[in-house]
Write a protein that binds this ligand. Sequence first.
Ligand code: OGA
Ligand code: MN
Length: 220
Amino acid sequence: MITLTGLDNFMSVSAIEILASSLKAKGWCVLDDAFSCELIDSLVMEVNQLPDEMMQQAGIGRKSDHQVKLDVRQDCIMWIDGNTPARRDFLVAMEALKVTLNRMLLLGLFDYEAHFARYHENGYYDKHFDAFVGKGNRVLSTVLYLNERWLGSNGGELVMFDEHDVDKSIATILPVKGRFVVFLSESFAHQVNPANVCRHSIAGWYRVNATDRLTIDPSR
Ligand code: OGA
Ligand code: MN
């Protein structure tokens, strides 16, 4: 039996059970309608209203390694803090999910960071890992899609690759509203295909605390 720590305000018990068992069995999971419609609708409204000027060109690498490389990654982002009710509810839900997944899977997740992402028409993100073995402290990646009425012909798929063969695709996922994808950050290469319309999501990462005696581990 699972203990919910408030998560059931945001996610159904069956969604949590499917998520935990898929992560355990294969390391990734796609869920539709995991979150309440109210929460998704308010996040969709907020991201639609975000002016480009409030977003920054995304880069690769963290802290002093950070670089913008438009040939690799073309989204604009805005880090999420709890400064609107919808953003706060989202972070509260993800915090509750963290506690639940730690209990169910003993993942030792420590904190969570997330940003809105906007890919303009033809924007893409080349095949990449969100964390590198041994280096990364990102353990679990999450992507929540915020696109109303997305068609197959719009493209913009998330393509996931086999953890043992990075040339072999194992899933092609359309970024439809409310769809939630979770995967082990160090295990699965993935890419974002170009779309013929603007594409919105929230990408986020659960981290373990990699602080040690000599270095304090920064976020982001
Ligand atoms: C990322 C990423 C996937 C997506 O931001 O690192 O891989 O489908 N996003 O938006
Ligand atoms: Mn990624």
